[in-house]
Write a protein that binds this ligand. Sequence first.
Ligand SMILES: [Zn+2]
Ligand SMILES: [Zn+2]
Length: 149
Amino acid sequence: MIIPRNRRELLSGSEGILKGSCLCGSVRYEADCDAGPIIHCHCQTCRKAHSAAFSSVMPISQKSFKWVDGSELLNSFESSSGKNRYFCSTCGSQLIAERPDVGLVLLRMGCLDTKVTDRPDAHIWRSDAAPWYNPDDEIRQLPEGYLKP
Ligand SMILES: [Zn+2]
Ligand SMILES: [Zn+2]
């Protein structure tokens, strides 16, 4: 994970409060900060935690983050030393990871409700990536699902 050296490096894109929620809507959070860099992490623990090719994350200051609803439903898993991944125990959404040692919260972009217009800055941990996904591949893009009834 990239650890920004200071807060200023995080500032870009949309301003104001970032809001997010889980799939079932029970857990909600707010972060009183501007949108920071968006990073696609391909490490194996992110792939396992999200059961996906990569996890899209945004590091923000822990001080700006707060749970506003449903925090009693949260469960967490320490996937590596000092890094706790929080998820809703009802629907399983991964909402954030927390690195208290460096004062960072890593928002999981898929649960962000605020429309952020920034574009991703980097793919990281490509050395750990799934063999079946390469961001350089051009594949067809469909407006809706793969199979139509
Ligand atoms: Zn939920
Ligand atoms: Zn990762």
